[in-house]
Write a protein that binds this ligand. Structure first.
Ligand code: B4P
Length: 217
């Protein structure tokens, strides 16, 4: 049987279950987590569309600010070009505003956020104020060489300056290990951490993620 058919069956069931849960418990929120190039963006778009959840990517939001050359965009542009993290308060406020402006959402998929333990604490607080919480953290596990390969490949077709230089890519991975990996322990201690094999074909990974979601709801 093809991967698409498998994931279609799981996602059909999951949709019903999310809708049933929604009636009683409110939003269903997931984190999609992993190093740069692990496929967070790719898989979040597919999962959000399949399960009728809102996809919130802090990377996309920041790139929109840069493209529009807003005051914030001009400030963060230089930080992003170096592959460093923008200040916590900037992304925390952006996410809080998006949550506030979608009160009727079934739930959210957070992509690229939280990236520090302080961001994770702030997210929990914001969600608790809405009587909701993170259901699970889906961690995409991908080998180092494959991360670099994917980002260099994207550099050939995108205009992202942080993909174009292998030293910047290595810095993004280093920043991930130092500042972002500790977020895993934060959610693991709550029993919310679910590792998923992020190597291989995009549709197969989507199928794995869909199965994992179906099992945890
Ligand atoms: P992001 O936009 O989040 O970028 P990223 O972590 O580098 O990963 P990205 O989403 O691009 O890659 P993906 O895994 O989807 O952040 C960019 C910058 O914004 C950060 O460096 C930071 O400066 C700032 N920022 C964002 N959020 C922040 C926060 N919370 N706090 C502070 N600063 C923040 O995949 C990449 C590529 O792999 C794609 O081209 C895709 O086509 C390919 N791919 C995916 N799956 C594949 C597969 N299975 N096989 C082959 N290729 C695949």
């Amino acid at each position: 049987m093809v991967a698409g058919a498998i994931s279609g069956r799981y996602t059909g069931l999951l949709k019903i279950r999310i809708n049933e849960q929604h009636k009683h418990k409110g939003m269903t929120n997931f984190l999609i987590f992993g190093p740069p190039g692990s496929g967070k963006g790719t898989q979040s778009v597919k999962l959000a569309s399949e399960f009728n959840l809102i996809h919130l990517s802090t990377g996309d939001m920041l790139r929109e600010e840069v493209a529009a050359q807003t005051e914030l965009g001009r400030k963060v542009e230089v930080i992003m070009k170096r592959g460093e993290l923008v200040p916590d308060e900037v992304v925390i406020q952006m996410i809080a505003e998006r949550i506030d402006s979608n009160p009727r959402a079934n739930g959210f998929i957070f992509d690229g956020f939280p990236r520090t333990v302080d961001q994770a604490r702030a997210l929990d607080k914001t969600l608790a104020e809405k009587n909701t919480s993170i259901c699970k953290m889906l961690m995409l596990e991908v080998e180092h060489e494959e991360l670099v390969r994917r980002l260099l490949l994207r550099a050939e077709v995108s205009d992202r300056p942080d993909d174009k230089d292998v030293n910047i890519i290595e810095n993004r991975i280093k920043v991930y290990k130092e500042k972002t990996e500790p977020v895993i322990a934060y959610y693991r201690s709550d029993g919310k951490y679910l590792p998923v094999n992020g190597m291989g074909d995009i549709e197969k990974i989507f199928s794995r993620l869909s199965e994992t979601l179906a099992a945890c709801i």
